[in-house]
Write a protein that binds this ligand. Structure first.
Ligand code: ATP
Ligand code: MG
Ligand code: MG
Ligand code: MG
Length: 468
């Protein structure tokens, strides 16, 4: 079953159960400064859960585009290293706003997986929040789930929160066992982070709103928010283990292979590039522009990471923008907003690639030399990381990514000290009133630094510069 068919089947199933099909909202959450990007299907319904907004339906179903590359849910560092994480992915979800609760949510999910899609129950594994006896009883006594493939887990995995504040509640998750020979233990075991048991669906029983002090107040109506990764489910149905082996990614990888002149689609740089083109293209579609701060800096970091992986594959000319037509072929029908914006996306990506190309190769020389002169140490010094950032436009996560490939890490504390020193110097020089609108796009030290300084009062945005 193709990704396109699967997406539709999910929407149809829940429509047949009285759910209104609602379109994906943009990646930049409207009017929600607490969130960097839309990271789950529930984001567009946040105010409905809180009782602040009324909708003319009580059940909804969506296929929501999501980005997890910053903020509370950040998978940037996982991409290229696990079979299941993307920066951009599509989340299938059904929602109840004060309508049905745990019982129906569990029944729908189990029926969809085991009847509609025909997945064998013995390949599935279910978890509940350890204090949620109600959900446990529904699974074990009513759904007759095998207790040997069932675990009770703690807050860390089974109490879902959108961010540090907002709607939240206990959750119940469904995993698929991809079988022996793959590293990883069942959920709740010490090896749960492996890729054998892959989490496919999270059923969140929305019950509370969390405020800035961490206090939980009950929502006006208990509600349901579920989220299932379309790519992970497609992998299960296409009998492949990795998300990168599904039809959609195979087509994107083919396009990357064509520009890179290679066919080893399991190569992690190829995969990172195939992942990143989706995030970058859709972020631009949704109005984000590469810049040195906030959301724009996250986009810039992802583009530069992709370009660096291309460089590693021997691509020294702009190539990333050439993947846009292939992405449009795969996703343009489901997302008309992408189809309309392909020219703009291509132009912005090419511009950003050209800008970084000027410094990338010099920065790589510096970094390679630094790595060769570590004398047995395994940490790249902060001043090197800073110089790469400041002079060559290397985001720290990009440097960390190269370091990790060599089983090294970077000294972030040392880097931050250099940043502070630089800031003090510039303040003393009285340069802090330079107009940012143009200079922010260059990689020279003064403008990069001042970009940082100008947002230093905003802890969320400041943190972005140190992430990674
Ligand atoms: P994981 O533990 O694998 O990181 P998660 O618990 O962080 O996943 P949830 O926040 O519960 O994920 O999101 C709901 C669903 O969205 C997951 O069950 C999974 O199918 C999918 N999903 C989450 N993160 C990603 C990602 N980075 N790439 C692809 N799919 C994802
Ligand atoms: Mg996660
Ligand atoms: Mg999880
Ligand atoms: Mg989860």
């Amino acid at each position: 079953m193709s990704v396109i068919e699967l997406r539709q089947q999910f929407l149809n199933y829940f429509a047949s159960k009285g759910h209104t099909i609602v379109s994906s909202s943009p990646l930049v959450p409207g009017n929600d400064p607490t969130l960097l990007f839309t990271n789950a299907g529930m984001v567009q319904f946040k105010d409905t859960f809180l009782g602040l907004e009324k909708r003319d339906y009580k059940r909804a179903v969506t296929c929501q585009r999501c980005v997890r590359a910053g903020g509370k849910h950040n998978d940037l560092e996982n991409v290229g290293y696990t079979a299941r994480h993307h920066t951009f992915f599509e989340m299938l979800g059904n929602f109840s706003f004060g309508d049905y609760f745990k019982r129906e949510a569990i029944q729908f999910a189990w029926e969809f997986l085991t009847k509609e899609l025909g997945l064998p129950p013995e390949k599935l594994w279910v978890t509940v929040y350890e204090e949620d006896r109600e959900a446990e009883d529904i699974w074990l006594k009513e759904m007759k789930v095998d207790p040997t493939r069932f675990s009770r887990c703690g807050k860390h995995s089974n109490f879902w929160m959108m961010g540090d504040t907002g709607p939240c509640g206990p959750c119940s998750e469904i995993f698929y066992d991809h079988g022996e020979g793959i590293f990883g233990g069942p959920p709740g075991s010490p090896d749960e982070d492996g890729d054998r048991y892959i989490e496919i669906w999270n059923l969140v029983f929305m019950q509370f709103n969390r405020d800035t002090s961490g206090a939980l107040t009950p929502l006006p109506h208990p509600s349901v928010d579920t989220g299932m990764g379309l790519e992970r489910l497609a992998a299960v149905l296409q009998h492949v283990h990795s998300n990168y082996e599904i039809d959609l990614f195979q087509s994107l990888l083919k396009a990357v292979g064509t520009v890179a002149n290679r066919v080893d689609y399991e190569n992690s740089s190829l995969r990172v590039i195939a992942d990143h083109i989706r995030a970058c293209a859709f972020l631009i579609v949704d109005g984000v522009i590469p810049s040195n701060e906030g959301r724009g800096y996250v986009l810039r970091r992802i583009i530069r990471r992709a370009v660096r992986h291309g460089y590693k594959l021997g691509l020294h000319e702009p190539f990333f923008y050439r993947l846009v037509p292939a992405l449009d072929t795969e996703m343009g029908a489901a997302y008309p907003e992408l189809r309309k914006a392909t020219d703009l996306v291509g132009r912005l990506l090419k511009q950003e690639e050209e800008r970084f190309a000027e410094t990338l190769s010099h920065g790589m020389v510096l970094l390679n030399e630094a790595m060769q002169h570590l004398n047995g140490k395994t940490i790249i010094a902060g001043d090197v990381v800073f110089k790469l950032y400041d002079t060559y436009g290397f985001p720290t996560d990009l440097t960390a990514d190269v370091a990790r490939e060599h089983e090294l890490s970077i000294d972030m504390e040392g880097f931050e000290r250099c940043m502070t020193e630089q800031r003090t110097r510039a303040r003393e020089a009285g340069h802090f009133k330079v107009d940012l609108s143009n200079v922010a796009l260059t990689a020279d030290c003064q403008s990069v630094f001042i970009g940082y300084n100008s947002v230093a009062g905003d802890s969320t945005i400041t943190a972005l510069f140190f992430e990674g």
